[in-house]
Design a protein around this ligand. Sequence first.
Ligand code: RM4
Ligand code: MN
Ligand code: MN
Length: 430
Amino acid sequence: MAFELDGERIAAENHGRLAWLEEDYAHLGRQLMRRGVDIDKLTERVAAFRVSVPSWGVGTGGTRFARFAAPGEPRNVFEKIEDCEVVFKLVRTTPGISLHIPWDKPESPAELRAFAQGRGLFFDSMNSNTFQDQPGQDLSYKFGSLSHTDPAVRRQAVEHNLECLRLGVKLGARSHTVWIGDGGNFPGQVHFRKALDRYLESLRAIYAALPEGFRMFIEHKLYEPAFYSTVLNDWGTSYHCVRELGPQAFSLVDLGHHAPNVNIEMIVARLIQFGKLAGFHFNDSKYGDDDLDAGSIKPFQLFLIFNELVDAELSRVPGFDPAYMLDQSHNVTDPIESLATSAVELVRAYVQAHLVDRAALAAAQAENDALLALQALKQAFTTDVSPILGMARYRAGGAIDPLATYRSSGYRERKAEERPAEARRGAGIV
Ligand code: RM4
Ligand code: MN
Ligand code: MN
């Protein structure tokens, strides 16, 4: 029997922390009362918050220089799901899993679906991969996939996406995410307009095959692996494409896919306003697509993004239904710890955004009082909402202190014994 993090361990750890949590929660509750905020209502909102974890995030990541494998890594999709379940047990906000095909391609989709369901988990978004060549593949993606100059390569890439859709239906997924590596490394290499036309034509073929109830997400990225130009380079181009495609197509925002200092919260507001925000690949970055843990570098930016999201939620923008997903690469940390911590940081930003005094903010905006407007945001951002997060986890059966609980369980050490490295093959972890 594989070792599992059990509820008793979580309960025992919580036991020693509950008294102080209750004290802190009561104190914060009194503080918030002065601001006219009911802490329990906020805690209830947290209970409904969901963010999906990426199957590709539970293995150790790597850079183009090296990958330092850690002991106890998952060796196949079932073990990846076991690790996702640990994150879910600790924080309770992450029952959804995004899958990457063919990395996670199961022999039996029914078996995989049942395996996840038995753990209270489900599959959220399917992600296609036409940025790598797979063993035995007919044609190469070296010079592109959905936008390739050769129609045969485009057909192969479209067919791979259709395969993801068929698999997604069997797995009970509800969206399909397309990110391509297509682009150019040198000026002149790619004809910008022609490449976008070819890309759109391929997208149309995928969109036409979208199963009932499925949404299609396209993910723009400024650079990498193409270093001079990419075919879907920014949100404006993405917006154009999803409008061309139809009502089930949306623009996905990966926080690491923009130029440094770009105002991402404003991009989010625009996509909300235009009814085309798919949702997010949350992560954080200093320079490029660093795929660091959400909230680790620019927590204020994360808060400002959630400020837009909560504003849309509270003002009931029609059709507003973003999918929240993590997309991170863990090079120097235990992936379970990073994913759990990131999930917590998202909830933190969400709760803080709910603390914004929207009437005060609106009044300051109407009066052109820049300082008071900023203060309305800063007051919310600087409130330590940890007791709310801890209480929400506790009430949902999760860990008051996810990190300490995980470490004390010895999960990773046990997995290092159960999952010997030499047996790790074909795990699809890059
Ligand atoms: C890309 C992009 C995609 C992800 C791949 C692995 O940069 O963020 O979402 O699937 O990386
Ligand atoms: Mn991404
Ligand atoms: Mn990325």
